[in-house]
Design a binder for this molecule. Structure first.
Ligand SMILES: [Zn+2]
Length: 137
């Protein structure tokens, strides 16, 4: 039996979540463009620049570079084996940054500034990051 503090609230995907995930299924990476200031963001709920709450979808090119990254290890401890996966902060050429898995490259070869491209066919690296991965461009 779960204790009350172990029960996670059920989350229902928002309309925007559903539209975003449908686009991913169709092989499109979408950004949100603020209808007030024109800022581009990755899945905001409120514009961080002008506080507006209305956006329109804009298709991203799917290209960017590694802004930062971490290596994950089996069991969560470094020194217990080879890195299991690479989780990177990707900076798209349009500007927005977000976390995603990085595949198709040995973890020791990853570096900040590595050119990458979105890969919708790669296996999901972690359910805690984007529902797609990037690979070297
Ligand atoms: Zn705005």
């Amino acid at each position: 039996m779960q204790r009350p503090d172990q029960i996670k609230p059920e989350s229902k995907p928002s309309k925007a979540d559903t539209e975003f995930l449908n686009a991913v299924t169709d092989g499109k990476l979408m950004l949100s463009e603020c209808t007030r200031c024109g800022g581009l963001f990755y899945r905001p709920t409120i514009c961080p620049d002008c506080r507006a709450t209305t956006f329109k979808w804009v298709k991203a090119q799917g290209e960017g570079k590694v802004f930062s990254f971490v290596l994950t290890y089996p069991g969560g401890k470094q020194g217990t084996g080879l890195p299991k996966a690479v989780i990177a902060v990707i900076e798209l050429i349009e500007g927005p940054r977000f976390m995603a898995g990085l595949t198709g490259i040995a973890p020791r070869d990853v570096y900040v500034g590595l050119p990458v491209i979105v890969d919708f066919d790669a296996p999901e690296v972690s359910s805690d990051v984007a529902p797609f991965s990037f690979r070297p461009a």
